[in-house]
Design a protein around this ligand. Structure first.
Ligand SMILES: Cc1cc2nc3c(=O)[nH]c(=O)nc-3n(C[C@H](O)[C@H](O)[C@H](O)COP(=O)(O)OP(=O)(O)OC[C@H]3O[C@@H](n4cnc5c(N)ncnc54)[C@H](O)[C@@H]3O)c2cc1C
Length: 432
């Protein structure tokens, strides 16, 4: 028993019984008993969702004892992974056997099953989010039955389950597409927002990964281009530079900047001008997961919407206009990423080439006005919210954004008829 809090501190639930089963059979037993007694259980990963998606009503199920690679088929490019494995454990374990994840987001603290459940993604115009890599899974459904689902046998069921919101059952194992280990050549540099937006289509399509951070109140951006180093050549950042940039500047100094802005918000535009100018170009090559993932020690809250790629420029212009007119002072950069369309029913990139726009606010500042304005802007462009990041949409609105929404809800009724896994967030987004 104890209070459970998510990473950003936006959700706190007390007191909660935490179950930590060691096998799929133990998970099945736990769920069967809960179903019989009409109790609720919520699977939880590492609590890195900003929304209350993982918040338990009664018991919480942690898969912290179900970790590691279960098996690997290098020829097929496939691994089976226990569902409680964190991404950093997975990356290290894959590297040891000469394999790597096809794509990753910007941190590696999440569990693989938590990341899949919310549609976690990285960036890359030709690449999908992590759920697009799911080959199969083992799932304990609402009556305690164990289902093994595989895309070779039932591809459509995998498409329905891959982004599961923790609503269909407790996943105990996933099988994923992986690739031979690779190194990425990273080029990060300051540029002008206008110039980047003029050519954003071309730039984002000509690199395996492209993203940029725009500093509000300025026309400055930091762009990041990552491509596979085919010949494997190139050196990682020297240790001192990595420490300076990724620890001292991105975390320690940024924390102080945010405290300052918290006390005097009107300093944000000047600070962003200085930060935007102070950024320097850096080029390095390293193991893919070391390039993708960084440390995030400054606490913040975040909202992220997927919009059709073609709407990106308009969304950013409208956001810029709102920020300037509103008098709101924003110190956190706005992050822009890309993904290919996919076929996963509840993926934010379902059948749509996607641009992701993510806005952040320091955890000690009130994000509500900024986030509400952003939500109003993206609503005009059929924005789909990241399931794990702040938003206020409900089932009625979401059903208009996801063509397979009703099918997903029917499947959930079939797999969890008694609502063992439900919580208030699921009631909000699924309508029951
Ligand atoms: C600093 C930071 C950086 C981030 N960067 C990115 C990013 O680059 N890209 C991106 O897309 N997102 C990003 N996120 C969001 C994050 O990836 C997602 O919210 C992710 O779901 C968190 O994983 P978790 O293990 O913490 O899961 P939790 O938040 O604990 O749970 C998320 C969901 O997964 C379900 N779940 C967990 N385990 C299971 C299971 N075994 N079976 C069934 N359901 C399960 C839970 O019920 C819940 O619905 C970031 C978040 C933070 C805090």
């Amino acid at each position: 028993m104890g209070t459970w809090e998510n990473w950003s501190g936006t959700v706190s639930v007390a007191p909660t019984r935490v179950y930590a089963p060691r096998t799929t059979a133990e998970v099945a037993d736990l769920v069967a008993r809960a179903a019989e007694r009409g109790r609720r259980l919520r699977p939880v990963g590492s609590g890195h969702s900003f929304t209350p998606i993982a918040a338990p009503v009664e018991g919480q199920v942690s898969l912290r004892h179900l970790t590691g690679i279960v098996s690997a088929d290098r020829e097929a490019g496939a691994v089976r992974v226990a569902a409680g494995t964190s991404l950093h454990e997975l990356n290290d374990a894959l590297a040891r056997i000469g394999l790597g994840m096809v794509n990753l987001g910007d941190i590696d603290r999440q569990t693989i099953s938590g990341a899949l459940a919310t549609g976690t993604h990285g960036t890359g115009s030709e690449l999908t989010g992590l759920a697009g890599l799911v080959r199969g899974m083992t799932l304990v459904t609402g009556d305690g039955s164990v289902r093994h689902v595989h895309r070779d046998r039932d591809p459509d069921l995998v498409r329905l389950l891959a982004v599961g919101l923790g609503a269909y059952g407790i996943v105990t194992e996933v099988e994923l597409d992986v690739m031979p280990a690779y190194r990425l050549r990273a080029l990060e540099q300051p540029e002008r927002l206008g110039a980047v937006l003029d050519e954003v289509d071309e730039i984002s399509r000509s690199h395996r990964h492209f993203e940029f951070y725009w500093f509000p109140h300025t026309d400055r951006v930091l762009t990041k281009r990552n491509d596979i180093a085919e010949d494997g050549s190139g050196a990682p950042l020297p240790r001192w530079r990595e420490q300076l940039d990724d620890h001292v500047l991105s975390n320690l100094v940024f924390e102080q900047v945010n405290r300052l802005v918290c006390a005097r918000p009107s300093l944000a535009p000047r600070i962003n001008q200085v930060s935007g100018r102070a950024l320097s170009r850096r080029e390095f090559t390293d193991a893919s997961h070391r390039v993708f993932c960084t440390r995030r020690e400054v606490r913040f809250v975040e909202s992220e919407y997927a919009v059709p790629r073609h709407a990106l420029v308009q969304v950013l212009r409208e956001l810029d206009t709102w920020i300037e007119r509103s008098g709101e002072h924003i110190a956190f950069p706005v992050e822009v990423r890309f993904a290919a369309a996919d076929e996963i029913a509840l993926s934010t990139a379902y059948q749509r080439e996607t641009a992701y726009v993510a806005i952040h606010q320091y955890h000690r500042r009130d994000p509500s006005r900024y986030f509400a304005a952003f939500e109003a802007i993206v609503a005009e462009h059929d924005g789909r919210p990241h399931w794990g990041k702040m938003h206020t949409l409900d089932a009625e609105r979401l059903s208009a954004l996801y063509p397979r929404f009703d099918e997903s809800r029917r499947l959930r009724d079939e797999l969890d008829p008694g609502g063992v896994f439900t919580n208030p967030y699921l009631e909000q987004v699924l309508g029951r």
